[in-house]
Design a protein around this ligand. Structure first.
Ligand SMILES: *Cc1c(COP(=O)(O)O)cnc(C)c1O
Length: 462
């Protein structure tokens, strides 16, 4: 067997990849026909591929590389930890310094009495933990019938059976017999697509009140928890109207249910605060964390849990855990990532420099004939593509056709920007500087221009 490295020709790597590697969320046949793009290295906010292209990564990998690529400190910490203690479990009354230090740090950073951390290898696993934890909590309190978890349509909470069930992605439910029982979905606060004639403010209130309706209909005595992303990420960076979360909080205060903020994207600075729930003004009992926790340098996720829930759940044995819960190398890497975020005041950079600059530029994209609304909070943003801004109309093509064309044009202009349907989304590294933001906007504008020309010529612009 030859050594398979970046020195092989791209076509050879692509052929081997297509033959043996099954890609997530991909059409494998299409991928085999076209060949996957081979990423060879990355530094700062820039990726390099096997053809030598330098690509601006406006998605921070998959919403995770918050401190940017190429930070030697994290590599050094990982190497040191692997030599000292590469692995030990935390199951049978054992622990180790990296997981202790990370837990204490997270308790310090998380608001209020969110003082306890249960670890997982990813955000999906952490949400599986949450399902079992909130149900076990109510059961331990003598209310085993409180089992239903209310979530939202078009939410993303991961891809395990539990995570995808909590999520509101129909194409995911259609494969594998989801959702699992006792998960209920209410409509999302997506004004652009679903707001009709209402003002955004009215619509935000109405969509929040769907939660109250659901609790009333299902019965408070059967509802265990409500889960939401402060800002929906994979659903298309849907920024809720300002009326939404205050009303959600009012309803949550009124009923005896637990609140889970899925902070997997919003956590660790993305919205300009440590956590997205702080930005939207919402007080959860449990936070799901992953992605930015380690800036993607090591796989780690978890649930930050409030005193009361931790106490009830901790009073008996919780029959749950993962081999890699609190993995020492991942914990050490995460801790170093948090040190960098804090000591380099990266969240301050987001709040005072990067986000205000990006917001101005991003919102100016609405001058483009294709762009209806531009939404942005901190370093996560979206634009809605439309042939008719007034009517917020869809294109005369399947949803996502134009978005996909635009994404391809972005790639051709050395910019990673994703599409969700006909929304284009960004979530760049938090360390992005104004000159890099200029490049992002230049390339995005060029891609939009090319998309506009193409769909006009193909008769899709109507
Ligand atoms: C990515 C994501 C998850 C799932 O995390 P994985 O690490 O991919 O399992 C869960 N919730 C949200 C909000 C996410 O964006």
């Amino acid at each position: 067997m030859n050594m398979i490295t970046n020195h092989l020709p791209t076509a050879e790597l692509q052929a081997l990849d297509a033959a043996h590697h099954m890609h997530p969320f991909s059409n494998q046949k299409e991928l085999a026909d076209r060949g996957a793009r081979v990423i060879t290295r990355a530094s700062g906010v820039t990726l390099t591929d096997s053809e030598g292209n330098e690509i601006l990564d406006a998605m921070a990998g998959l919403w995770c590389v918050n401190i940017g690529y190429g930070r030697d400190e994290l590599a050094d910490v990982a190497a040191r930890q692997m030599r000292e203690l590469p692995y030990y479990n935390t199951f049978f009354m054992t622990t180790h310094a990296p997981v202790i230090a990370l837990s204490a740090k997270l308790a310090e950073l998380a608001p209020g009495d969110l003082n306890h951390v249960f670890y997982a290898g990813s955000g999906s696993e952490a949400n599986d933990t949450n399902i079992r934890m909130v149900r076990h909590y109510w059961s331990a309190k003598g209310k085993p019938e409180k089992k239903i978890i209310i979530s939202r349509q078009n939410a993303y909470h991961g891809s395990t059976l539990g995570g995808a069930s909590l999520g509101g992605m129909i194409p995911m439910h259609q494969q594998g017999g989801l959702p699992i029982p006792d998960v209920h979905h209410i409509p999302q606060p997506n004004w652009w697509a679903e707001g009709g004639d209402m003002s955004p403010e009215e619509f935000g209130l109405a969509r929040a009140q769907e939660l109250e309706k659901a609790i009333e209909e299902l019965g408070e005595d059967r509802v265990a928890a409500f889960i939401a992303e402060p800002i929906q990420g994979a659903g298309g960076v849907i920024v809720p109207p300002e009326t939404y979360f205050p009303e959600i909080q009012r309803i949550c205060d009124k009923y005896d249910i637990l609140l889970i903020a899925d902070e997997v994207i919003c956590g660790f600075g993305r919205t300009g605060n440590w956590f997205g729930s702080q930005t939207v003004g919402w007080k959860p009992h449990i936070m799901t964390i992953a992605k930015g926790l380690s800036s993607g340098y090591a796989p780690i996720g978890g649930s930050i849990v409030c005193d009361e829930v931790a106490e009830v759940v901790g009073a008996t044995e919780f029959n749950h855990g993962y081999t890699y819960s609190g993995h020492p190398v991942a914990a050490a890497v995460a801790l170093e990532n948090l040190r960098i975020l804090e000591e380099e005041n990266i969240i301050g950079h987001v709040r005072d420099v990067a986000a205000p600059y990006l917001k101005k530029k991003w919102e100016s994209l609405t001058d483009h004939p294709l762009v209806g609304e531009a939404k942005i909070v901190g370093m996560m943003g979206s634009i809605a593509l439309t042939p008719n801004k007034e009517a917020r109309a869809p294109f005369a093509a399947d949803a996502g056709t134009v978005g996909l064309i635009c994404r391809e044009n972005c790639f051709a202009n050395n910019l990673v920007m994703r599409h969700v349907g006909d929304r284009m989304i960004i979530s760049p590294p938090l360390v992005m500087q104004p000159d890099e933001i200029d490049t992002l906007i230049e390339r995005a504008t060029r891609a939009l221009d090319q998309t506009y020309e193409r769909i006009k010529s193909e008769g899709l612009y109507k």
